[in-house]
Design a binder for this molecule. Structure first.
Ligand code: DGY
Length: 420
């Protein structure tokens, strides 16, 4: 057996907690929503029944309004291991926020890896209505801007917590006094690799405000000092998820439903291009719904629309990706932030380092748009960097040095997927 494959498999075995996988034993000791989807892409090659279990477990925590919570807490993990835990959220065994909708694509891939096992467990038929309700939640409750795009109400919902794109909208949020809570993340990660205390104070303020309005999106617009942003990454992944749902409906013999999902994907993709694309810059920027202003930071979320096969502006976006801001094909992976920005930081979370899930998504996009040589280069680079860093959470784009957690779940899983 290949050493890389074997060590990635060992990470996934160590992080398995019986019905799901923790992203990291120390830093993230529960189940996280988009982590689980990425992890399932790898698990399907190793143990398809575990990949199915991973996703079924996550959807067992779905809320009645359709949202899939961003954390499903493990009752066996001591409360002091992670902040903010269940006592903070007051939402039973979950948080009240969401993460990007990469699940439909994962469900389809997991089904295809083992159609017989999936059929025997009625995996697709069980998850199809849940995925439909999840996308329905995003397309209705979260369409705060009224333009057919889903909004996030907290930076954690983008999955890219301290992305510089959130600095503008976050500046209106008053941080909670750091003495009022204990950051458990700093017990496992270097402070220089993690969000600042000031950012954390703002995350806590926003999460408590959303909790205190009962997680009711219709009330959120009236909450002063709130955060409501249209993120190009999340919306691109939503359009892609609707395309995956159409394929799932086809497999289930539901052609009319499949056509509806394709129309919905086209609507989201059109709104994305009309609202968030800036042709002069050749880039997708986030939009602050509360001010109507587009942010101006070039972050990796703006490259994620490449996952859409019919993206008319793909050549211009690839040009930005390979230009001086991201230097795709020259540096390691896909930097999370503009390499030319004065505040680019190669080690701090989403303010510069390259993340493996983003690299994996961008590679998929490159394949859609005929960039086969670049996609092959990125694949080799991701596998080499993941292995060389002990499956780090993220890496310095210039040196390939690992940062954040090691033995990180999706880094190991996506490495297995890239090698398959
Ligand atoms: C964290 O705890 O850092 C997460 O990103 C929030 O979900």
């Amino acid at each position: 057996m290949d050493v890389t494959w074997g060590s990635a498999e060992a990470v996934l075995a160590d992080n398995w907690i019986g019905a799901s996988t923790v992203p990291s034993r120390g830093l993230y000791p529960h189940q996280w929503s988009w982590d689980s989807a990425f992890i399932a892409f790898g698990l399907r090659h190793l143990a398809p029944e575990r990949a199915r279990r991973e996703l079924v477990t996550l959807f067992s925590a779905q809320w009645r309004d359709g949202r899939v919570p961003h954390i499903l807490f493990n009752p066996d993990t001591p409360p002091e291991a992670y902040f903010p835990g269940p006592a903070f959220w007051r939402a039973g065994r979950t948080s009240g926020l969401i993460q990007p909708p990469v699940h439909a694509r994962a469900v389809l891939a997991v089904h295809r890896a083992d159609p017989a096992g999936s059929g025997a467990e009625t995996f697709l038929a069980t998850l199809y209505p849940k995925l439909k309700a999840w996308h329905g939640y995003l397309r209705t409750y979260r369409d705060a801007g009224g333009r057919g795009l889903a909004s996030i109400v907290h930076p954690w919902e983008s999955g890219m917590d301290n992305s510089p794109a959130w600095d503008g909208p976050l500046s209106r949020v008053t941080p909670v006094d750091p003495a009022g809570f204990v950051r458990r993340d700093l017990e496992h990660g270097h402070a220089a690799d993690r969000p600042s205390d000031e950012d954390y104070g703002r995350y806590v303020r926003l999460a408590s405000a959303y909790r205190d309005c009962g997680y009711l999106d219709e009330r959120w617009a009236d909450v002063d000092g709130g955060f409501t942003v249209e993120d190009p990454g999340l919306n691109a992944l939503l359009a892609d998820a609707e395309l995956a749902l159409a394929e799932i409906a086809d497999v289930l013999g539901l052609p009319a439903a499949a056509a509806t999902h394709r129309e919905s994907a086209a609507r989201v993709a059109k709104a994305l291009q009309e609202t968030l694309w800036d042709s002069a810059s050749g880039f997708f920027f986030a939009r602050d719904v509360r001010t109507g202003e587009r942010t101006r930071e070039y972050t990796c979320a703006g490259l994620l629309p490449l996952v859409l096969p019919d993206l008319a502006v793909a050549p211009a976006l690839v040009a930005t990706a390979t230009g001086p801001r991201f230097r795709l094909g020259e540096v390691h992976g896909v930097p999370s932030y503009d390499l030319t920005a004065a505040d680019f930081d190669p080690g701090r979370y989403w303010r510069g380092p390259s993340w493996f899930n983003v690299g994996w998504l961008v590679r998929r996009g490159l394949l859609h748009h005929g960039e086969h040589a670049l996609a092959a280069w990125l694949r080799d680079d991701l596998v080499e960097t993941a292995t060389g860093t002990g499956f780090a959470e993220y890496a310095d784009p210039f040196t390939g040095t690992g940062h954040g957690a090691r033995s990180f779940g999706w880094t190991a899983a996506l490495t297995v997927d890239l090698m398959s």
